[in-house]
Design a protein around this ligand. Structure first.
Ligand code: GLU
Length: 454
């Protein structure tokens, strides 16, 4: 039988990094096994469930590349991952829960009392054979020893979490429940409910909690706890997937920088750790940078695009070759894509805006003859490429009796408006002779205007 797993978030308004990790482990297991990954929105708490809260989850999963395999066909194709399959919504499945509650009453395994429906829980300790935690024997609490029964339908007719969660896992044929260890305490109730419905419970794999680097439990309010902060900051989805996969799992050979395909191939439940995972932001940055640095240029361009557009840069006026060459000079320099507009905007503007402090330092009378001489040399270069440009800087520096840096700084400012950026010779090659000459002339004109004696 092929495996069927699910991610079953409640729409709380954001996707916690721990939730994203739970979704990822389920997806990885499904993809590793060639099984099915189901997305089920546990939205029985109607007051808290809004469309935006659901969108945060579906958009987060899509951004990570965690596609879900089935669900009711929705008219709106944007709701689903493939072919318009929406996720399942518990709010649309109320009739199923009522029927299942009735089934338990009819079997004598639940009863109505004071307007609620209560499940008759066995007065026995429950043993969970967890695939991660091992064998867990759950003793009854004092209260349960007196009365182990619990409510499954509230007086307002709403079925409670334990019932809907189990009914859906049963109806959806879920074979493996992979979820946070905080749900271990619910599992005895869930196992008892499965048995009451006359079926064996699924296999359970309770995955370790994620702690802050100082060992405290990670909560909603901690910075960096929500997936959207990484989306907005422009991390690479494959970097986040890689980092999240290591929060509670590692491959046998302990390698850390892994492509998503490799993780799918290597991922399995026995390698999930039993101890809690620690969120290490430095490691996240390192892994993310390794992915950005080594990804194909086309992928880099694809991830760069929304960040350029968002900052008002529209690269579509330029040729694909120009855009690609420009972005290639940024690839090993930026750590996250939100840095890109500030780093590379000069490629896509006609006029360069100078950093004020740097302009004061570099657009000086002493630099005027140097810039003039450089403009001349740039005009005369037979081939306008990085290597030839670099050679010219070297020989000009020698001729003028200055260090190369003396030429580099004002030219960088003239070409980019900034003091830092991509390698100067390469960015000049990409800009091309015409733009470079124009920018050098602009800088020369600024100096001429401020010191008329030059
Ligand atoms: N809706 C529950 C949650 O968000 C799902 C628990 C489970 O995966 O069974 O924690």
């Amino acid at each position: 039988m092929s495996c069927r797993v699910r991610f079953a978030p409640s729409p709380t308004g954001f996707l916690h990094i721990g939730g994203a990790r739970t979704a990822l482990f389920n997806w990885l297991y499904a993809r590793h096994m060639g099984g099915c990954f189901v997305l089920r929105i546990e939205d029985t708490d109607a007051a808290r469930s809004t469309q935006e809260a659901v969108d945060v989850i579906t958009e987060g999963l899509r951004w990570l590349g965690l596609d879900w395999d089935e669900g009711p066909v929705s008219g709106d194709a944007t709701q689903g991952s493939k072919g318009g399959h929406g996720p399942y919504f518990q709010s649309q499945r109320q009739a199923i829960y009522q029927r299942r509650a009735r089934e338990l009453i009819d079997k004598g395994l639940a009863y109505e009392q004071d307007g609620v429906v209560r499940f008759r829980m066995e007065r026995e300790p429950v043993v969970i054979d967890d695939l991660v935690v091992g064998e867990v024997r759950r003793e009854l609490t004092d209260r349960e020893a007196v009365d182990p029964n619990f409510v499954i339908v509230r007086s307002d007719g709403q079925p409670v979490f334990h019932l809907v969660n189990v009914v859906d896992d049963l109806e959806m044929g879920i074979t493996h429940v992979i979820r946070g260890e905080d749900h271990l305490s619910n599992t005895p109730k869930h196992i008892a409910l499965f048995r009451a419905f006359g079926v064996s419970p699924p296999a359970y794999a309770h995955i370790p909690l994620i702690l802050n680097s100082n060992g405290t439990k990670m909560s909603k309010r901690d910075t960096g706890a929500s997936l959207s902060s990484y989306i907005e900051a422009g991390y690479a989805p494959e970097g986040i997937v890689n980092y999240l996969s290591l929060l509670g799992w590692s491959p046998k050979d302990d390698r850390e920088v892994l492509s998503t395909e490799e993780i799918i191939r290597l991922f399995d439940l026995p390698q999930i750790h039993r101890h809690n995972a620690r969120f290490d932001v430095n490691k996240l940055h390192w892994i993310n940078y390794e992915h950005i640095r080594t990804m194909p240029q086309a992928r880099f361009n694809e991830l760069a695009r929304p960040h350029l557009l968002e900052s008002g840069i529209d690269p579509s006026r330029f040729s694909d070759d120009y855009i690609s060459a420009a972005l290639a000079t940024c690839k090993e320099k930026i750590k996250v894509f939100s840095e890109l507009p500030g780093f590379a905007d000069f490629y896509f503007t006609e006029t360069v805006h100078y950093d004020a402090e740097a302009a004061q330092k570099q657009l000086t009378e002493s630099n005027l003859p140097r810039l003039r001489r450089l403009r001349e040399a740039m005009t005369e270069l037979p081939e306008f490429n990085a290597e030839a440009i670099q050679q010219t800087f070297k020989s000009l520096a020698k001729e003028l009796g200055v260090k190369v840096g003396v030429l580099v700084h004002p030219v960088r400012l003239a070409c980019t408006g900034k003091t830092v950026g991509p390698s100067l010779y390469h960015l000049m090659e990409v800009l091309g002779r015409e733009r470079v000459l124009h920018r050098l002339e602009q800088a020369i004109a600024v100096i001429e205007k401020s010191c008329p004696t030059g």
